[in-house]
Design a protein around this ligand. Structure first.
Ligand SMILES: [Zn+2]
Length: 421
C-alpha cells in the first residue's frame, strides 16, 4: 500500500492550481498541539492548528501513515508524543519542510485507520486500531464532524412494524432532517457526478421479503432518494434506471462510463438463509475467497439471463482489470465511510441499532466494468421481516439515503478517509 489516495491527491492538486497565484500571501497553518486519547480499543490522535486545519493529503507507506500538510509550520517537537505512544502506534513524528511538512504515524501489525479534518475545531483527528478490533472505527469521527442534530421529537426507540406485520410504517412525527454536508465551493466547481444504479428491475425482481416486497422496488425508491440527497449537497446525480425495467449489468456500467461519472453507487437489498441476520454492508470490487461473499456475488450476478456472464474464467479475467484494481483503495475508503455513516445516522436519527457489517471486497460483476471508483451498498436484509419492513418505510429510506450522500460528500471534499495497513 504505497499508492496515494488518488481522490485526495487530485483534490489537492486542483486546489493547489486554484490558489497558486496568491499562495505567497496566504499565511501558513501552524500545527500547535498533538495529543493522544484512548477510546476503547482505538487510539485517537488529535492534531491542533492555530486556525482552520489544512487540507490533508493522506498516503500509506508500508507500516506508516503520512499526513502531508503542505503549507504548514510545525510548532511542536519532532516527537510530540514521545513516551506516550502505545500499540498499535509505535511512533509519531512531525516533520517540518518548506513545501512538504508532514506527520508520520508508524503502526505495529495490521491496523485500521480513519482520519478526518474537523474545520469547526481546527483539528485533524486520526483513529488507529488493530485490524478488526473496532469494526466501526470511522463512525465517531464522522458524527463529530457534522454537528449532532437535535434528538428527534418522537420517543426513542422508534418502533417499526413487528415481524408478523411487515408493512411500511410511518413515524408519529417527522424526524429532523440531517444537516447536509455541503460541498465547498472548490469541489462544487469541479462538478462531481455520481451514477446511481438501482439493482435488478423488470423481470428480475432480486430478493423478496416474506411479505412479497421486492428488492427491485426498494432499490429504486432508495436510489431515487439518494439522487435527491446528493443534489441537495451540490453533487450531480443520475440513475441507470428510473423505472421498473431490466438492464443488464454490463449496460449499467456502460451508462456510467459513457456519461463520465466520477463515482458508481449500486443499491441492493441483501438476503441470507439465516433470517436473524441484519445490517448494512458495503462492497467494493476485488477478488475474494470469503464464502459468504462469493455466495452473495453469485446471487447478485446470476439472477437472470443476459445478466452479464456467470462464466468463472471470464469473470476472473475481467477481475484482473488494472483500472479497477487501481480504484480499489478509494472505493474501499468510501465503502467504510458509507457503512459507518449510515449506521451512525440511523442511530442518531431514528434511535435504531443497525448492525455495521463493514466494508468488504466482493467480485461483483456490476462493479467490474466501471472505469471509476465503484461501490455496492447492501442496504439491509430482505430475509429478516423486521428489517424488510424498515427498508420499506420512507423515513428509514430518507435517513439511509441522506447518510450515504453525506459520506459521498466527505469523499469528494477529501476531508475524511478510512483504510487499513
Ligand atoms: Zn441485489
Amino acid at each position: 500500500m504505497t499508492r496515494k489516495l488518488t481522490a485526495l491527491a487530485v483534490a489537492i492538486a486542483t486546489i493547489g492550481a486554484m490558489v497558486a497565484p496568491v499562495r505567497a500571501n496566504v499565511p501558513a497553518s501552524v500545527l500547535t498541539s498533538a495529543k493522544i486519547e484512548h477510546r476503547g480499543p482505538t487510539l485517537e490522535l488529535h492534531f491542533g492548528f492555530s486556525g482552520p486545519a489544512p487540507r490533508l493529503d493522506l498516503s500509506t507507506h508500508g507500516s506508516e501513515i503520512w499526513i502531508a500538510l503542505g503549507h504548514t509550520r510545525i510548532a511542536i517537537p519532532p516527537r510530540p508524543l514521545f513516551g506516550s505512544e502505545t500499540a498499535p502506534i509505535s511512533s509519531v513524528r512531525a516533520i517540518q519542510s518548506d513545501t512538504n511538512s508532514r506527520i508520520v504515524v508508524e503502526v505495529i501489525g495490521k491496523s485500521d485507520y480513519a482520519i478526518a479534518r474537523l474545520r469547526d475545531r481546527n483539528e485533524i483527528v486520526l483513529r488507529v486500531a488493530t485490524t478488526g478490533a473496532d469494526p466501526n472505527i470511522a463512525a465517531p469521527i464522522i458524527v463529530h464532524n457534522s454537528p449532532r442534530r437535535p434528538a428527534p421529537s418522537v420517543a426513542r426507540p422508534v418502533v417499526f412494524a413487528a415481524a408478523e406485520n411487515p408493512r411500511p410504517v410511518s413515524l408519529a412525527q417527522p424526524v429532523a432532517a440531517p444537516a447536509p454536508v455541503v460541498l465547498n465551493e472548490d469541489n462544487r466547481q469541479a462538478g462531481h457526478f455520481v451514477m446511481i444504479d438501482p439493482g435488478h428491475g423488470g423481470y428480475d425482481p432480486g430478493t423478496e421479503s416474506s411479505a412479497g416486497v421486492m428488492e427491485k422496488d426498494l432499490a429504486l425508491q432508495i436510489a431515487t432518494r439518494l439522487k435527491a440527497a446528493l443534489e441537495a449537497r451540490g453533487i450531480r446525480a443520475e440513475l441507470t434506471r428510473s423505472t421498473d425495467v431490466f438492464i443488464s449489468l454490463a449496460e449499467r456500467t456502460r451508462i456510467a462510463n459513457s456519461a463520465g461519472a466520477d463515482l458508481f453507487v449500486s443499491i441492493h437489498i441483501n438476503s441470507s438463509p439465516n433470517t436473524d441476520t441484519t445490517g448494512i454492508e458495503v462492497y467494493y470490487l476485488n477478488n475474494t475467497t470469503d464464502r459468504a461473499t462469493i455466495r452473495l456475488a453469485r446471487m447478485e450476478n446470476g439472477g437472470a439471463d443476459g445478466y452479464g456472464t456467470s462464466n468463472d474464467s471470464n469473470l476472473n479475467y475481467i477481475l484482473t482489470d488494472l483500472r479497477q484494481n487501481y480504484k480499489a483503495i478509494e472505493a474501499s475508503s468510501l465503502a467504510r465511510m458509507i457503512d459507518a455513516q449510515t449506521v451512525a445516522d440511523l442511530d442518531s436519527g431514528l434511535g435504531l441499532n443497525v448492525n455495521a457489517l463493514g466494508a468488504k471486497m466482493g467480485p461483483f460483476y456490476v462493479l467490474v466494468g466501471a472505469h471509476m471508483p465503484a461501490v455496492l451498498v447492501e442496504c439491509g436484509f430482505m430475509s429478516n421481516a423486521t428489517e424488510a419492513a424498515r427498508l420499506a418505510s420512507p423515513q428509514y429510506q430518507d435517513v439511509l439515503a441522506g447518510a450515504t450522500a453525506t459520506a459521498v460528500a466527505h469523499y469528494f471534499n477529501g476531508d475524511l478517509a478510512a483504510g487499513d495497513l
